[in-house]
Design a protein around this ligand. Structure first.
Ligand code: GLU
Length: 467
């Protein structure tokens, strides 16, 4: 039998990294088993579902490279089918109409709470054989006895006694179906073999199994993956910073890094940290998925992102960078070949945003300096050093790193100052912030013309500061 898995997000907000992790595991399992991965949009909650959110989910899936073989399917297209199944359950005696009022249910709940019992429906209408009316809901007739056994691929065997469950509502008074019903119908119709989802759904699973059984459907295998927590041990939320997948994109993360991070967050293969997509597919197994929640660690994600930026083909990286919004602030036609620049700079940054910022000085002129650096490096005594450099660089025809380095060395020797007294002000003069790879390589990339212009600018700056 072909493995079929699905990702079934509710489009009520952004694509959360927790959702992305669930999608990733479902996708990985399907790909590993040579099966199919299906995308289903659970949009029956019409008040909270938005088109925009659907768009963001699709965009996020595409960016992460989680391709689906079927879908996206929309639950709102299936209302007729849900009605049909609800009717089937009523006709076969597995569901019934219930007209218990809100007040009665609230009172029942209060009583149960006071008796320290778990609040649950007491089956008042279960055997009344009521007919459909404006004020009726449809409830599933949950078995009264016996256990529901889940052989969960991640959690192992989970047993729930039917006495713990109650007769859940499957159709509201307005005729709309509820989550547990729609999921069951779709998983059944779509022939899902494996349900991989967050363990916040574990309490729904026995109910869903009972409905599937009542329909005579074959049961899928379940795998409930643990939640992602923030670094404070609380469930990951906006409070902890970026949680939306597209926000990571904007913040300059590569999809490979996020995917690698998410797979490692709750799954391991020995102590291996870096996984290519192919390796993930080959090595993934549900057995090694953690059983308990894992905490999100931004430092580690940054480390992985740096790894992927560092090892990326500079040509591909150039393309990625050019598409990046933070890169539109300046024009890379006004300076050195971007690919040559990236070969030097790509190992220095952990995000594309940082990279775009770090190489900006090669293309964009500036008229202010990092204040702290300027105070430290641009003193009156620096003036003769910069002037000497300017003179020598003006005369230099062979603009290579080696020759540029020679000039620095020569300055150190003739003016009898330390290397730092020459290199640091020079770096600040050309970059504006004092951070760069080795100065000779930096100047070679920057080019003679820009270098001389910036030395002039630094001389003016120091003169103005000291008058
Ligand atoms: N739509 C549900 C959610 O977004 C997921 C349902 C499922 O995976 O069974 O939480």
């Amino acid at each position: 039998m072909k493995v079929r898995t699905r990702f079934a997000p509710s489009p009520t907000g952004y694509l959360h990294v927790g959702g992305a992790r669930t999608a990733l595991f479902s996708w990985l399992y399907a790909r590993k088993m040579g099966g199919q991965f299906i995308l289903r949009i659970e949009d029956t909650d019409r008040e909270r579902s938005t088109e925009e959110s659907v768009g963001v989910i699709l965009e996020g899936m595409e960016w992460l490279g989680l391709d689906y073989d079927e879908g996206p399917f929309y639950q709102t297209d299936q209302f007729i089918r849900y009605k049909e199944v609800i009717q089937q359950l009523i006709d076969t005696g597995h569901a019934y109409y219930c007209n218990c009022s809100k007040e009665r249910l609230a009172e029942l709940r209060e009583q149960q709470m006071a008796n320290k019992e778990k609040p649950r429906y007491d089956g008042c209408c279960r055997d009344k054989n009521l007919a459909d009316a404006d004020n009726t809901v449809v409830r599933f007739k949950n078995p009264l006895e016996g256990d529901v056994v889940i052989e969960d691929m991640v959690k192992g065997r989970v047993v729930i006694n039917n006495r713990e469950l109650d007769d859940l509502i499957i159709e509201r008074t307005d005729g709309t179906p509820t989550y547990n019903l729609t999921v069951v119908v779709d998983d059944w119709d779509m022939k899902m073999t494996h349900i991989i989802r967050g363990d916040d759904h574990l309490n729904n699973t026995p109910r869903q199994i009972n409905i599937l059984k009542a329909l005579g459907a074959e049961l899928p295998v379940y795998a409930h993956v643990p939640m992602i927590l923030g670094d404070d041990g609380k469930r990951l939320s906006k409070r902890h910073g970026a949680v939306s997948v597209m926000e990571y994109k904007e913040n300059g993360f590569l999809p490979e890094a996020l995917i690698n991070y998410l797979v490692r967050l709750s799954w391991s293969h020995g102590d291996q940290e870096i996984f290519s997509r192919e390796e993930m597919i080959q090595l993934f197994d549900a057995v090694n998925v953690n059983t308990s929640a894992s905490a999100f660690n931004t430092e580690k994600l940054l480390w992985l992102n740096q790894h992927y930026i560092k090892t990326q083909d500079p040509e591909v990286l150039a393309e990625l960078l050019q598409k990046h919004i933070h890169f539109s602030y300046y024009n890379t036609d006004n300076g050195p070949d971007l690919i040559e620049v990236l070969k030097v700079f790509q190992e220095r940054c952990s995000t594309l945003v940082e990279l775009a910022e770090e190489i900006r000085f090669l293309y964009d002129d500036f008229d202010t300096y990092d204040a702290k650096q300027a105070k430290k490096q641009f003193k009156e005594a620096t003036l003769p050093i910069i002037e000497s450099l300017k003179q020598q660089y003006t005369a230099l025809d062979n603009w290579t790193a080696e020759a540029i380095h020679h000039v620095v060395e020569n300055t150190v020797n003739t003016l009898e100052v330390g290397f730092g007294k020459v290199g640091q002000p020079l770096r600040l003069a050309v970059t504006g912030h004092g951070k760069s790879p080795s100065i000779d390589v930096t100047l070679e990339l920057l080019g003679k013309e820009k270098t001389l212009k910036r030395l002039d600018q630094a001389i003016d700056f120091i003169n103005n500061q000291n008058t």
